[in-house]
Write a protein that binds this ligand. Structure first.
Ligand code: SME
Length: 160
């Protein structure tokens, strides 16, 4: 079977968003879909802001890939903290050259983190690591941001 395109996987992600019963179910299904279908997406997971934590803290949610030592990340640490605190997608082509990087797997070479917004505020983020350097092009960034937006919409539609 030929490798699926990002458009193929995006269509599948949109289908999952419509058919999942809630945001948790959708996030679990989405990390599995992305990890299985896109071979250079070697670790795929969500970090979500803990409600009412002081200082603010990201907690590991649904993920696929190797277990990570970073199950909770403060907003002033890591690529993850940078994306959540700035509200902007962060793409790192070579993690070895980024002093912010918190190592999850020795095999990881590049990373992308896209914030998940709920009613305009950062609620968490979609984090993806690759074993390949500079794995994430502008097309990948658009795809990852679209997936993060689907999760934001799902969270909005299931919370008062
Ligand atoms: N690399 C991330 C930590 C999470 S692991 O990659 C799963 C960071 O620098 O924030």
């Amino acid at each position: 079977m030929p490798s699926p395109t990002l458009e193929d996987v995006q269509t599948e992600a949109e289908h999952l968003a419509r058919t999942s019963r809630n945001a948790d179910e959708f996030m679990k299904a989405l990390v599995t879909l992305i990890h299985e279908r896109l071979l250079k997406y070697n670790w795929v997971g969500f970090y979500m802001l803990e409600p009412n934590a002081q200082p603010p803290m990201l907690a590991l949610g649904a993920f696929q890939g190797a277990m990570t030592p970073h199950t909770r990340i403060p907003l002033n640490q890591g690529i993850c903290g940078a994306a959540a605190s700035s509200g902007k997608t962060v793409v790192v082509d070579d993690v070895a050259n980024d002093p912010r990087y918190l190592a999850c797997s020795l095999e990881t070479k590049s990373e992308i983190v896209a914030p998940v917004f709920v009613r305009g505020k950062v609620a968490g983020e979609l984090d993806i690591d690759s074993h390949f350097p500079a794995a994430f092009s502008l097309q990948d960034q658009a795809f990852v941001e679209h997936c993060a937006a689907l999760v934001g919409k799902k969270l909005e539609s299931h919370s008062a």
